[in-house]
Write a protein that binds this ligand. Structure first.
Ligand SMILES: [Mg+2]
Length: 182
């Protein structure tokens, strides 16, 4: 039987966004993230990170720095384990940019490699591109209001299946939705 997953944006969804961050010492998890992820893990969801990291394509940081930052975030989460981390490193205008969110490419790649049923899966992020990438992949999409407000985010509200104040509220909705109780 194929599995259900929750795909997460990284920056301003799981941790504070610092543009083009390459320094693990600046990783700051948002409050409640570990509890939210544990709740979803306990509900038998596979957990993935899907992230645009164009700082690599722009020549500002290396793939290794992106990996070290993500590893530090996962270390701070403690027992929580992600099944996979999928990044797009291309900057707009570069080869591979078509794989950036809002493309469903990263989610579809994860689903293929890990036998995930996308119709039973969810995407969680703070931006329009996150919400659209989930919808484009056939998932339900949640907008979390953990990033800065913007006209773009107001558009994201109209596309999201659910709008959550934070990751805890998002996890609670996902678990209820999976049980058909929303
Ligand atoms: Mg983000």
């Amino acid at each position: 039987m194929s599995k259900a997953a929750v795909f997460f944006d990284r920056d301003d969804t799981l941790m504070r966004n610092v543009p083009y961050l390459g320094d693990p010492s600046q990783v700051v998890l948002f409050p409640g993230v570990a509890d939210a992820l544990e709740k979803l893990h306990d509900a038998d969801f596979e957990l993935f990170i899907v992230s645009n990291q164009s700082g690599v394509g722009r020549g500002l940081i290396t793939i290794e720095q992106v990996a070290r930052v993500t590893e530090e975030m996962i270390r701070q989460l403690g027992e929580i384990r992600f099944t996979g981390v999928y990044n797009c490193y291309a900057a707009p205008g570069q080869p591979g940019e078509e794989h950036r969110k809002p493309s469903p490419y990263l989610i579809q790649q994860a689903a293929t490699e890990h036998k995930i049923d996308l119709a039973k899966s969810f995407m969680v992020g703070d931006r329009l591109s996150d919400v659209l990438s989930g919808k484009n992949a056939g998932c339900k999409s949640l907008l979390v209001l953990t990033g800065p407000s913007s006209p773009e985010r107001d558009i994201a509200r109209t596309h999201a299946d659910y709008i959550a104040a934070d990751l805890i509220e998002a996890a609670e909705w996902i678990v209820r939705e999976a049980k058909g109780k929303n």
